[in-house]
Design a protein around this ligand. Structure first.
Ligand code: B4P
Length: 189
């Protein structure tokens, strides 16, 4: 299984990624989780990332690309991976294509569709320090400008599997499972 989960911030990518990885036993690579861990540990990367994340902006591409490259080159990622929250920009997508090459090319990009008001509602309920309403709305603005162009790119590549993210967690999980199985020939590996 070599997947990307794409969608607006707060649509539930992280929630579904955790469920999929637990079921399939593949590496779950969440750039948001890696960055929050760096912030909590007070590393140089974390110190740079914190004010950017708190403002609802994207951390610079070179920092995030370095994190992902290191993780994808680890041995356990050879049997499969699920990228949650990466790529988020065109340069990140270009770097990912270069890193994977033809041998490990992506099998599918699951694209979660959810309206802004439900995103605001869910994110406020999450209670993270970067989840105030102005920051959530800024993240949505940044998403439209910098991440949404990836939808057309992956659609043109025949990789996009669209999933309605408005239902319950279990409903979205069932839709995700069906979308992924269709792309990977039955079993999602
Ligand atoms: P992320 O950690 O990726 O988080 P997110 O996009 O905000 O949320 P996600 O979509 O995973 O939603 P979740 O499951 O939590 O990014 C955080 C920040 O890190 C970014 O703003 C950025 O600054 C930085 N960053 C990360 N990756 C980067 C990159 N590649 N480049 C640059 N910067 C980067 O779900 C949200 C809430 O909804 C939860 O409370 C959940 O319980 C609930 N929920 C989920 N599914 C639900 C459902 N079906 N019904 C009801 N509630 C649901």
């Amino acid at each position: 299984m070599r997947l990307v989960l794409l969608g607006p911030p707060g649509c539930g990518k992280g929630t579904q990624a955790a469920r999929l990885c637990a079921r399939e036993g593949v590496v779950h690579l969440s750039t948001g989780d890696l960055l929050r861990a760096a912030v909590a540990a007070g590393t140089p990367l974390g110190l740079r990332a914190k004010p950017i994340m708190d403002a609802g902006k994207l951390v610079p591409d070179d920092l995030v690309i370095g994190l992902v490259r290191e993780r994808l080159e680890a041995k356990d990622a050879a049997k499969g991976f699920l990228l949650d929250g990466f790529p988020r920009t065109i340069p990140q997508a270009d770097a990912l294509d270069r890193e994977l090459g033809r041998d490990r090319a992506l099998q599918a990009v699951v694209y979660y569709v959810l309206g802004d008001e439900e995103i605001v509602r869910r994110s406020l309920g999450r209670g993270r320090s970067d989840d105030t309403e102005p920051v959530i709305r800024e993240r949505l603005r940044v998403y439209r400008a910098q991440t949404e162009p990836l939808v057309a790119r992956y659609r043109a590549a025949g990789l996009l599997a669209e999933v309605d993210a408005s239902g319950s967690m279990d409903q979205v999980e069932a839709l995700t499972k069906a979308a992924v199985a269709g792309r990977t020939g039955g079993r999602a590996r």
